[in-house]
Ligand binder design. Structure first.
Ligand SMILES: [Zn+2]
Length: 456
């Protein structure tokens, strides 16, 4: 598929200079209607393969290419981040005509900042403050945390080749299928349980340390527990490769043996699964310290700055502040920044909040995380039904995940624009949109926009 895309680029660059300039000019022209986008895909090795990947199926429709069966398709990116830009499809280039898209959404927005609305420009400048994604996860992503704004600025200044932008990256995942993740530290009781029931971790901590933790009951439990957690987590994550390898193999042998005489807990089963995916990785043991979260389709999880997490499996819609800053701690062959990670974490304990979306109308529910940069609407429309997204003073990106239908825009000559699965639209501020589902089946879309609270 990539080859075909590049072939289209060669064709494009084969055009005369003046024709290219005319096409670019056309693509850059301000429009009050929606812009169809061609989006980028990321083939990270934890992605699902070929037809099994929703990302691949959406990308195939979006790009007009073919799925390569032997490649993992991990993430579809919709937005302006330079590590995976979206391109504007000029109106004349639809319906399979020549043009590959040479104008990125970022360039188009820079030339047409009014499309963001005054409030967004005032708050974030001439760029989209959010990045919208679809994820198809086959195996665990690294255990990671994202820095807050201040730390992000510092990390970017110190190591710009690792931390590529100076922004924070709060994020939210809405499950499309059953979606499993590790998120945040377990509460004090569970942590005590780990120290009792996992001899390998007790050995690592040392019995004297563990004993101290158990007698802190009457003291200021929260702050004591936080300090204790920080100390043992740092000790584990900073252990030598040899020590970790020995620890993981002891743990595996014990769990394998015990699985013959009792049913392992869900966490223990997860530990064995992670060991299969990332042998001798510190993340296998670290999983004991985190909450194991299972989302059903439609449930969502949001992750604030400096909170540890790792997505394990499943497919989701994800939205985040426009950044790609990740500090990793395990379950990865990539660069691990142990010192930064251990010192940045909040060590807050307890199960994360699961959100289910509040109804906006019978067909649309809204997921509003406590971050200004974004919110996501989910629209599930039965066949032949219509719904109106009222005009808002900020930009939106729509992705059609299932079905087909048509859209009508308040600002353009009331011509219906047909859409189908895999279509992605950028909708400038102050556009009312009516969406009608096709006759054959339901239509499912997601919309990302800035958090509506910034307009209140
Ligand atoms: Zn993350």
């Amino acid at each position: 598929m990539a080859d075909r895309r590049f072939a289209r680029f060669r064709l494009w660059f084969g055009l005369s200079g003046s024709r290219v300039r005319r096409r670019v000019k056309k693509a850059m022209e301000a429009t009050s209607g929606p812009l169809l986008l061609r989006c980028s895909v990321q083939n990270y090795d934890w992605g699902r393969f070929g037809e099994d990947s929703t990302v691949a199926r959406l990308f195939e429709q979006n790009s007009g290419g073919e799925i390569e069966l032997a490649r993992p398709y991990a993430e579809l990116w919709m937005g302006t981040h330079e590590s995976g830009p979206s391109f504007v499809v000029a109106p004349s280039e639809t319906a399979g005509s020549l043009g590959p898209e040479t104008v990125t959404l970022k360039q188009w927005i820079t030339a047409n900042p009014g499309s963001l609305g005054e409030k967004v420009v005032e708050k974030w400048g001439n760029d989209l403050p959010f990045l919208f994604k679809v994820l198809s996860v086959a195996k665990a992503l690294s255990i990671q945390a994202h820095p807050d704004k201040e730390l992000a600025r510092m990390l970017h200044k110190m190591r710009p080749n690792v931390y590529k932008d100076p922004n924070h990256k709060p994020e939210m995942a809405i499950a499309l299928t059953e979606f499993k993740a590790l998120c945040g530290f377990v509460n004090i009781e569970e942590l005590k349980d780990v120290l009792i029931s996992v001899p390998e971790i007790k050995d690592l901590v040392g019995s004297e340390e563990a004993r101290k933790f158990f007698i802190t009951e009457e003291l200021d439990v929260n702050s004591e527990a936080k300090m204790f957690l920080q100390s043992i987590f740092t000790k584990l994550i900073s252990s030598s490769k040899e020590a970790v390898s020995e620890l993981v193999s002891k743990l595996k042998v014990r769990l394998d043996t015990e699985s013959k005489i009792r049913t392992l807990t869900e966490k223990e089963q997860l530990i064995l699964l992670l060991e299969k995916q990332y042998q001798a990785d510190v993340g296998v043991v670290a999983a004991y310290f985190f909450n194991y979260v299972k989302l059903s389709p439609g449930e969502a999880l949001y992750i604030g700055p400096n909170e540890p997490h790792a997505y394990i499996s499943g497919e989701c819609i994800e939205c985040m502040a426009a950044s790609d800053n990740v500090v990793r701690a395990g379950l990865t062959p990539k660069y691990i920044d142990v010192q930064t990670l251990c010192s940045m974490l909040t060590y807050k304990q307890g199960f994360p909040e699961i959100i289910r979306g509040s109804p906006v109308n019978p067909y649309v529910s809204r997921y509003t995380p406590p971050f200004d940069e974004f919110e996501v609407d989910h629209c599930l429309l039965p066949p032949k039904e219509s719904v109106v997204f009222s005009a808002i003073p900020g930009p939106s990106i729509f992705i059609v995940v299932v079905g087909e239908g048509k859209m009508q825009f308040s600002a353009t000559d009331d011509q219906d624009q047909k859409f189908m699965m895999g279509d992605v639209f950028f909708v400038p501020a102050k556009n009312e949109i009516r969406i009608s589902a096709g006759v054959d089946g339901p239509t499912q879309l997601f919309r990302a926009g800035v958090n509506h609270r910034i307009f209140c």
